[in-house]
Ligand binder design. Structure first.
Ligand SMILES: C[S@@+](CC[C@H](N)C(=O)[O-])C[C@H]1O[C@@H](n2cnc3c(N)ncnc32)[C@H](O)[C@@H]1O
Length: 325
């Protein structure tokens, strides 16, 4: 899988130091946001992408023209996902209401800061974290889980299939949640009932309304900037505290560290754990493990330990964070 960054923006390679300037860095780009939902305003008075909860209903057209693949890691349940190339070429202009497919194609980029944060692809650290979960026998039984920056949602889906009581999926882009995350979760709910000989979910089941499926009703879906997602969750009647937060390839931009840290701080259960998978360094973007480790260390809220290193190609890591006692 090829990855490209085209940050046609002021790239922030400095250490994060001041919240206002961080926000300004990311809001300076002015790509086409004309179709965005109304944005929220953050503490610094700057606009950030509004956070909303999606209330999905399964519909036959969710799977129209889709091609599925299956990823298996040892003893983990098989995880089905949409072939990204087919997905990109078959998604209609109407479905791309945020124009993220057209803009990524035009800019030849997998990330456009403040517009599209990369959720339409499955990034390789997702696989590292799944392998870690399998190797260490991480238990999700009865746990409240957040897949933060979920993209397709494979991490949350694994938790769901392994017995989590609640799984919440969050992505920056509403198009990603509607067109990729929700269909992928539904696809994986389907497979608990009917499978083809090759192990893929049966096309016969695809037209069925799955929204009341016992696995699917454990899920909630959110889109928007973390700066808007956090107040949405904290102010809700059922403000959750998560036992486990799973997050992959979400620390590439130092401009986001402050809000990401706040999300962790406010939404993690006091005895909870965050599993974060990341590359060592994101060339061309500026973030990476060392800068994030320094940021977390300075706040002294979480203890952080590296639990897995992958040395092939660009160095990658899985780290675990939990509250300092
Ligand atoms: C590179 S993608 C990784 C997607 C997925 N976790 C994976 O590994 O395949 C980064 C994800 O982080 C999320 N993200 C990044 N910055 C964000 C922000 N400021 N607010 C909300 N979400 C953000 C987006 O949802 C995006 O899908």
């Amino acid at each position: 899988m090829a990855f490209s960054f085209n940050f046609d923006v002021q790239i922030n390679t400095k250490e994060p130091s001041d919240a206002d300037s961080r926000e300004k860095n990311r809001i300076q780009i002015q790509p086409d946001r004309s179709t965005d939902a109304e944005d929220a305003v953050n503490d610094a008075g700057l606009r950030v992408k509004q956070a909303v909860e999606h209330n999905p209903k399964s519909h036959p057209s969710l799977f129209e023209d889709s091609v599925f693949e299956t990823f298996c890691v040892g003893s983990l349940p098989p995880l089905h996902y949409l072939n990204e190339t087919v997905f990109e070429t078959t998604t209609s202009v109407e479905a791309d209401s945020e124009k993220i497919l057209s803009q990524t194609a035009a800019l030849n980029s997998d990330l456009i800061s403040g517009v599209y944060e990369g959720g339409l692809k499955i990034w390789e650290c997702t696989y590292d974290l799944l392998e870690y979960i399998e190797a260490e026998g991480v238990s999700f039984v009865g746990k409240k889980v957040l897949d933060l920056g979920c993209g397709a949602g494979l991490l949350g889906i694994a938790a769901l299939k392994m017995g989590a009581s609640d799984v919440h999926f969050q992505d920056y882009n509403s198009t990603v949640v509607d067109r990729l995350t929700i269909p992928t979760v539904l696809l994986n709910c389907e497979d608990s009932s009917v499978e083809e000989d090759d192990g893929s979910p049966s096309s016969k089941k695809r037209a069925t309304d799955l929204s009341q499926h016992p696995q699917f009703v454990k899920c909630r879906f959110f889109s928007g900037d973390w700066a808007a997602f956090l107040p949405l969750m904290v102010n809700s009647d059922t403000a959750p505290k998560y036992d486990i937060i799973l997050t992959s390839e979400t620390i590439y931009n130092t401009a986001y560290y402050a809000t990401l840290h706040q999300v962790f701080h406010r939404l993690l259960d006091p005895d909870g754990v965050i599993y974060l998978a990341t590359k060592s360094h994101y060339f061309g973007v500026g973030g990476g493990l060392l800068l994030f480790q320094k940021f977390v260390g300075e706040r002294a809220v979480f203890g952080m330990r590296c639990v897995r290193n992958v040395e092939q190609g660009l160095q990658r890591h899985v780290v675990a964070l939990s509250f300092k006692k």
